[in-house]
Design a protein around this ligand. Structure first.
Ligand SMILES: Cc1ncc(COP(=O)(O)O)c(C=O)c1O
Length: 408
């Protein structure tokens, strides 16, 4: 039998992941079209890697056969195959036993977040969000008239940690605790103790937990992902876990995601409030891609994780000790949350890097409207060659400032 280490070694040599800048610029995606051609993009959460061969093969079969009718797979409802793939994968990866019936496929995760918040709270209720946050989370609370309660991720000098005192303070005013694990944008993979502490508050105050685990595959050794609902049946009974193959397999345009309800009672409570037909159905390409990813995608994923570990090391080596910048190595995700407050810029950091470095990072204000303008989120999921150019440009721009500062 091949050990995980052997599989890893095989995987890293078996895939040609890198795409050239020319190839990338011919794509019609957000990442490579938002900025003018002299800017290197490092913002939206997409990777610049060739897709997993089993996904490509599954999509090509649909194209070849023009198989665009109402789908039917095996003898089951077609979307249900995604539920089964997800349940089998959770068992395999985390020893977490769930029933496929508890899983609801839908088109995208942000929709899942909106739907869960709408179902498990009423207008005027508080919804706790870890801030900084992936920006659609703010909309998911505010658009349906719920009240945002910010639990900050605090820099404790070793990394960003959830402010549990704030959580305890906010919990009596809330009906939902949302978490993002691993956390975008700080890259934290929460420990068992952190998750248990957050879950304990949810239990004490009868909060529903909505846990976005879309980045769960992308952890770095020695960090591990722990699905919060896997920690105990009592936690599962109040938890909706949302996940998707689209982030780790880099297929966000194909639209496929799942919501897992920790009990059938929780699922029924959800559907008592949200009409089934308001959840977008997964299309044929999404079904094929999700199943190929979750059933056959592991060798490719291991290769991507090895590439990302290399890119993460480059980012840390280049930026971590640099005057004016502060960075903790992410434990998961292909993002680095870069604190540029030491540069004392008089424009938002994102604007500075676009103008002075010709690099397009995500602006921190999108994740933290109050305190994020001095931060950028660096997406390092690209070839070593492109990443090195991004890092060179970044350092050239910051050193102009820090050197000028020293001289004056
Ligand atoms: C934490 C998190 N949730 C959800 C999404 C997007 O999910 P979807 O495209 O399925 O709406 C992202 C994309 O970056 C994300 O980082």
């Amino acid at each position: 039998m091949t050990s995980e280490r052997d599989a890893h070694a095989l995987a890293t040599t078996d895939f040609d992941l890198d795409l050239s800048e020319d190839q990338l610029r011919t794509r019609r995606n957000v990442k490579w079209s938002q900025y003018p051609a002299d800017v290197l993009p490092a913002f939206v959460a997409e990777m610049d890697f060739a897709v997993a061969p089993p996904i490509q093969a599954a999509l090509e079969r649909v194209l070849r056969q023009q198989d665009y009718g109402y789908p039917k797979r095996d003898t089951e409802r077609p979307e249900y195959t995604i539920s089964e793939s997800f349940a089998a994968r959770m068992q395999r990866l985390y020893g977490w036993t769930i029933a496929a019936e508890e899983v609801q496929p839908l088109a995208d995760l942000v929709q899942a977040k909106f739907a869960a918040i709408t179902a498990f709270s009423d207008p005027g209720d508080g919804v706790i969000v870890q801030v900084p946050a992936y920006s659609p989370f703010f909309d998911a609370v505010e658009t349906p008239g719920r009240v945002l309660k910010a639990m900050r991720m605090v820099d404790d000098g070793t990394g960003y940690v959830p402010d549990l005192d704030a959580l305890r303070r906010l919990a009596p005013e809330a009906s939902i605790l949302t978490i993002c694990n691993p956390h975008n944008p700080t890259g934290r993979a929460f420990t068992k103790d952190e998750l248990l502490a957050m879950a304990q508050v949810a239990i004490e105050h009868d909060l529903v937990i909505v846990s976005d685990e879309i980045h769960s595959d992308l952890t770095y050794e020695p960090f591990k992902h722990i699905p919060i609902a896997s920690l105990s049946p009592e936690i599962a009974a109040r938890t909706v876990t949302i996940n998707s193959p689209t982030k780790s397999f880099n297929i966000p345009g194909l639209r496929a995601a799942v919501m897992h309800f920790g009990t059938m009672a929780l699922k029924e409570r959800f559907f008592a409030r949200v009409p089934r037909k308001l959840l977008g159905q997964v299309g044929v390409f999404g079904i094929e891609a999700a199943n190929a990813a979750w059933r056959e995608g592991t060798p490719w994923l291991l290769a991507v994780k090895a590439a990302l570990a290399d890119r993460r090391a480059r980012v840390v080596a280049a930026l971590a000790g640099e005057p004016g910048l502060k960075l903790y190595a992410p434990e998961a995700t292909y993002m680095a949350w870069l604190d540029c407050s030491g540069l004392r810029l008089n424009v938002p950091a994102q604007q500075f890097f676009v103008e002075e470095a010709k690099v397009g990072f995500s602006g921190g204000s999108a994740f933290d409207p109050d305190a994020g303008s001095t931060f950028v989120r660096v997406n390092f999921a690209t070839s070593a060659e492109i990443l090195d150019r991004i890092l060179d440009r970044t350092l050239t721009a910051t050193r102009k400032l820090t050197t000028a500062g020293h001289e004056s």
